[in-house]
Design a protein around this ligand. Structure first.
Ligand code: CMP
Length: 144
């Protein structure tokens, strides 16, 4: 079950300087970081990413929050990346997240829950395609 998952540190996490800590947790657990970039997501990208939430009352504030600063978007690869990724993030509502998970350790508010992780293998492939539309290889490129 070698898998890939899409993980994002949301704007509050980036602003609070949590990118390194969150990356470190995935790296030390044993996942490979396949791609990594800072993104200012458009409304269009976020509407696609959160298309299943379009009818929710919190949808406009969710989009505004996700556009309040850069998002650190990355792809992890390893055994059980999707399921383990979700376990490492903790429950969506930080009030319910188990101690030791990222959300329990760094968040209190469901509206500012620091990070996102794909919830299925299908969602992961869809989200990787949305956030890294040129294909993962092109995000590791020679710079001279
Ligand atoms: P995420 O894992 O990115 O997936 C959907 C997001 O919607 C979730 O994390 C939260 O940030 C947000 N969300 C879910 N429920 C609520 C809610 N009741 N109020 C505000 N935001 C929510």
């Amino acid at each position: 079950n070698e898998e890939r998952s899409f993980i994002a540190v949301k704007p509050d996490g980036v602003q609070r300087g949590l990118v390194g800590e969150i990356l470190r947790r995935f790296e030390t657990r044993g996942f490979k970081i396949l791609a990594l970039q800072l993104v200012h997501p458009s409304k269009e990208l976020l509407s696609e990413h959160y298309s299943d939430l379009a009818g929710k009352a919190f949808f406009p504030s969710l989009l505004a929050y996700m556009q309040s600063g850069p998002v650190a978007a990355f792809v992890i690869q390893g055994k059980g990346a999707v399921k383990i990724g979700r376990v490492m993030l903790g429950a969506t509502n930080p009030q319910d997240s188990a101690p030791g998970t990222i959300r329990a350790d760094f968040a209190l508010d469901i509206g500012k829950n620091v990070c996102h992780g794909s919830d299925s293998v299908e969602a992961a492939e869809r989200e990787i395609g949305l956030w890294f539309p040129q294909g993962l290889k092109s995000y590791t490129r020679a710079v001279d």
